[in-house]
Design a protein around this ligand. Structure first.
Ligand code: NAD
Ligand code: UDP
Length: 313
């Protein structure tokens, strides 16, 4: 049995990771300040004898004896990370310093939930890990993008300077049950709008593309990454290479929910990336032939079923 700390454990991804690691027989310490996460996401785990919930903000140091740390604490949806941009960058940078300091003291392995946003508005398509990115340092998304980029740098520097065992995964757009209905990201927005017969809000023309990964595929990839040899630091892309325009996504969701919603167009947010698709060759090699198994239709169906139940409760 390993003792595992998950920061941001009460969020969308953290709750799935907590559940999976408990099911595999580990002890899970779930740390969260509930900014975008909630107790509701992990309520079903609260009675588990090896689950522990800690209200804490990663911008302050934290101490515990654990074997592994998954550092997920950070709001991920543009509306939430732009709400208090200074806090967002503090969470990424000070959170990384505090968790890396902890990993160094207790000799724990630590995995960073980085993001495809480190590639910014990419000029290379699809994006391999060797691509350095095209990021605006002074735009609306910079607090998130640059915070995550700086965190990657800190992870590498702690590795080289202090021999900390690090793992960096760059996560591409991931969706699934337990996204908050007001999360603001595209999949949950469109499904909630479709189920309530409200207008589907496409930002811009809807020609921008994203690659959508179902949550279970990501969690599998993260766990495999944590289990790699100590010399494997990443970064490794984790995403589903299937690429769709936002208009295609909207039309698919309207059809699958048999919704009466109509599609409307709103202004495109500043610096919204035009295209995004992971090159997952590295993940396939390093993570024992890992690749996403759930296609968009199957993943959307599971997510639609979740939101139907949630909204009818
Ligand atoms: P989420 O917003 O549901 O989860 C983030 C969690 O971190 C929440 O529970 C929130 O309360 C917590 N948190 C925020 N600031 C904190 C702080 N200062 N101290 C302690 N806890 C704090 O988002 P998610 O989709 O589950 O994302 C989890 C991680 O994965 C984030 O780091 C995000 O950047 C990364 N990521 C997610 C995606 C995706 O598509 N879901 C893509 C790329 C990267
Ligand atoms: N988007 C949209 N309508 C929405 C929410 C998002 O058209 O209601 C678009 C958004 O402009 C972006 C894409 O969908 O082009 C993905 O947005 P999301 O916030 O999910 O993630 P990110 O931009 O960080 O990839």
């Amino acid at each position: 049995m390993k003792r595992i700390l998950i920061t941001g454990g009460a969020g969308f991804l953290g709750s799935h990771l907590s559940e999976r690691l408990l099911n595999e027989g580990n002890e899970v310490l779930c740390l969260d300040n509930y900014f975008t996460g909630s107790r509701q996401n992990i309520i079903h785990l609260l009675k588990h004898p090896y689950f522990e919930l800690i209200r804490h903000d990663v911008t302050a140091p934290y101490y515990a004896e654990v074997d592994e740390i998954y550092n997920l604490a950070c709001p991920a949806s543009p509306i939430h990370y732009q709400y208090n941009p200074i806090k967002t960058i503090k969470t990424s940078v000070m959170g990384a310093i505090n968790m890396l300091g902890l990993a160094k003291r207790i000799h724990a392995k630590i995995l960073q939930a980085s993001t495809s946003e480190v590639y910014g508005d990419p000029t290379i398509h699809p994006q391999p890990e060797s691509y350095w990115g095209n990021v605006n340092t002074v735009g609306a998304r910079s607090c998130y993008d640059e915070g995550k980029r700086c965190a990657e740098t800190l992870f590498m520097d702690y590795h080289h300077q202090n021999n900390v065992k690090i793992k960096i995964v760059r996560i591409f757009n991931t969706y699934g049950p337990r996204m908050h209905p007001n999360d603001g990201r595209v999949v949950s927005n469109f499904i909630v709008q479709a189920l309530q017969n409200q207008d589907i809000t496409i930002y811009g023309e809807g020609t921008q593309t994203r690659s959508f990964q179902y949550v279970d595929d990501l969690i599998e990839g993260m766990i495999r990454m944590m289990a790699t040899d100590d010399h494997e630091t990443g970064p490794v892309n984790l995403g589903n290479p299937g690429e769709f325009t936002i208009l295609e996504l909207a039309e698919k969701i309207v059809k699958m929910t048999a919704s009466g919603s109509k599609i409307i167009h709103l202004p495109l947010p500043e610096d919204d990336p035009v295209q995004r698709k992971p090159d997952i060759s590295r993940a396939r090699t390093v993570l024992d032939n890992w690749e996403p198994v759930l296609g968009l239709d199957e993943g959307l169906q599971k997510t639609i079923t979740y939101f139907e139940q949630l909204l009818n409760r």
